[in-house]
Design a binder for this molecule. Structure first.
Ligand code: HPA
Length: 245
């Protein structure tokens, strides 16, 4: 069953025909929201609002472990994450991008299920953080639906909740990051640790700090307007991806 983790602008999924909702207890505490089970594109799917249904949980307070654990526990076999990002290089607000690599700049988060003790010491392979098979399906769905989806990019995960300085974005650009967001890690690695294929649809909602029309500051009003129209395309894409899973 496909799991969809929705971020800012996608706390509800109108295309999901909801059959039931369930609060799943986990050894790691509470997930961000109840899991919503239903159908999308004619297939069973489960939806989780990463920031809570009321969008009250900031990126650094998200219980990523509980979220992934709850999804796995209730039968998810693949996870498609939707996350807003700022564009650092070669991408424009409004664009949908399917990253192929990650640089993790986040800190202070519970970032592993393998915390020693009885589980021993485990070093999970993370060479290719996103599932190749899931990425191919996203690209196929996008092509079939005539939805523009940029193939590949490096996602830089910052802790937030503040936005970045120009010097930080300059450094990320030198490192090779294409986009910057606040939730991509440890979400991706926790999925890997649970052996859940994971891919992310990054929704570029602004130029990163110091770039384009964010030269002086990042406009929240600008983000809101881009988000609204972009999420229509994300919903259409999800409807086409689900039957391919
Ligand atoms: N930086 C970090 N996270 C973001 C941004 C940004 O510019 N835009 C949307 N999420």
């Amino acid at each position: 069953m496909l799991a969809i983790i929705g971020g800012s602008g996608l706390t509800r999924l109108s295309t999901l025909a909801i059959a039931r909702s369930e609060v799943v207890p986990t050894p790691y505490g509470e997930a961000s929201s109840a899991l919503l089970f239903g159908q999308i594109g004619g297939r069973d799917a489960v939806f989780l609002a990463r920031h809570g249904h009321g969008h009250g949980i900031p990126p650094h307070r998200i219980n990523y472990r509980a979220n992934l654990w709850a999804l796995k526990e209730r039968g998810a076999t693949a996870v498609l994450a939707v996350a807003t990002v700022g564009g650092i290089r070669g991408v424009l607000p409004g664009e949908l991008l399917l990253p192929h690599q990650i640089i993790d700049y986040s800190h202070g988060r519970e970032a592993t299920f393998f915390d020693g003790g009885d589980g021993g010491v485990v070093h999970v392979d993370f060479t290719h953080p996103y599932s190749a098979a899931l990425r191919v399906k996203c690209l196929a769905a996008a092509a079939a639906g005539g939805i523009a989806l940029t193939d590949g990019g490096v996602y830089g995960a910052m802790s937030g909740p503040r936005l970045e300085t120009v010097a930080e974005i300059d450094r990320m650009e030198r490192d090779g990051a294409t986009v910057v967001g606040m939730t991509g890690m440890p979400e991706a690695v926790l999925a890997r640790e649970l052996e859940l294929p994971y891919a992310a649809i990054a929704v570029v909602v602004n130029h990163a700090a110091g770039r384009g029309d964010s030269a002086a500051a990042i406009s929240m009003a600008g983000i809101a307007s881009v988000l609204e129209t972009a999420m229509e395309r994300v919903r259409a894409l999800l409807e086409r991806v689900a039957p391919l899973i």
